[in-house]
Design a protein around this ligand. Structure first.
Ligand SMILES: [Mn+2]
Length: 334
């Protein structure tokens, strides 16, 4: 039996599914979980969602329009959520504990299969079933295939959720992870009636001025290293206060320095609002595998988009990571 068939058997065997995704969910995480939940519902499965941090305003429409309610574990484990009440756990768009805070300690309570549906390179082996396709541009691509193979009739709301997943992870089909399969799926979803212009405006023309203010501060902090091949930006707690912005407002900011011709790798260090490790996001034009780089620090992700967390002040952390990256860039030249 192939991988996908085993997952379909698991779908057929469940009645009460809990669906979750990585902390700080993005458009792929929310679009693909929404599509999976709608697919499950269409098959009579009672599907519930657990988000490990707040539902970002930008993507909230995909849950709200489809009446997908969720538990929010950002401020602590939600009262009344008993994992033992579910007969399966579906983890979408991640396969690592570091992206699933609070879940590892409780995973033993889940009855039935724990299934990972993901496209990230960095994986840990704790799930009973895994459907991991690292060539898929988005988890939504895998969910689409799963729904199709399961015989679910994809309707306009499901298509919209899947389209949101695709465009979020491909930068509207611009990043190198976009494949002919991505475009074929996108075409099919458009034929199902997705209002692509509406999604475009929600994603790219709907920012608060505070986000642009934060972006300005990040760009102001930019320093070039490694003979211009590395761009380093940082945002301190003070910057967030000054801009009136929050951590979700940093989304996409790390991509900006890639506009510079000489830059191969861009890094953004973000100091958390409360105490805790500094989060560093990395993007690469392809010369450096940033997922492998981040694994040295216990992080991970994709070859061209990855992240890590380190304890310390933002300046100290960025100095350390910058030094390591300069070394990596020098080694790459040999
Ligand atoms: Mn994804």
């Amino acid at each position: 039996m192939d991988e996908i068939q085993s997952v379909i058997e698991a779908l057929n065997g469940c009645q009460r599914a809990l669906v979750t995704t990585h902390v700080r969910p993005d458009g792929d995480a929310l679009g693909s979980t929404a599509a999976l939940v709608m697919g499950m519902r269409s098959r009579g499965i009672e599907a519930r969602v657990l988000l490990l941090s707040h539902l970002p305003t930008k993507y909230a429409f995909i849950y709200e329009e489809n009446d997908i309610r969720h538990w929010d574990a950002e401020a602590g484990w939600p009262a009344g959520l008993e994992l033992g009440e579910f007969d399966s756990l579906w983890v979408v768009d991640t396969g690592t504990w570091s992206q699933l805070p609070g879940l590892k300690e409780r995973i033993g309570q889940v009855k039935g299969p724990k299934v990972v549906v993901d496209h990230h390179l960095t994986q840990e082996n704790w799930a009973d079933l895994k459907l991991v396709r690292t060539k898929a541009a988005a988890a939504g691509e895998i969910v689409a295939e799963l729904l199709e193979r399961w015989g679910v009739v994809v309707d306009q709301p499901m298509a919209t959720a899947l389209y949101l997943a695709l465009v979020s992870d491909t930068g509207w089909f611009a990043y190198s992870n976009t494949t002919p399969a991505t475009m074929r799926l996108a075409a099919r979803l458009m034929e199902m009636g997705v209002d692509t212009d509406r999604i475009y405006q929600k994603l790219y023309q709907n920012e608060r001025p505070q986000r642009i203010a934060l972006q300005t501060l990040a760009m102001d902090s930019m320093q070039l290293a490694g003979d211009g091949a590395l761009a380093v930006m940082r945002l301190s707690r003070h910057d967030f206060e000054q801009a009136g912005a929050g951590v979700p407002d940093t989304e996409g900011v790390v991509n900006i320095p890639l506009q510079i011709g000489s830059v191969q790798v861009s890094m953004l260090g973000v100091e958390p609002k409360d105490f805790g490790p500094v989060r560093v996001s990395l993007r690469s034009k392809g010369q450096v595998d940033v997922a492998r780089f981040c694994e040295k620090f216990g992080g991970g992700g994709h070859a061209r988009a990855a992240g890590l967390k380190l304890e310390g002040g933002v300046d100290e952390v960025m100095a350390k990571v910058t030094g390591e990256m300069e070394k990596t860039l020098r080694e790459g030249e040999k």
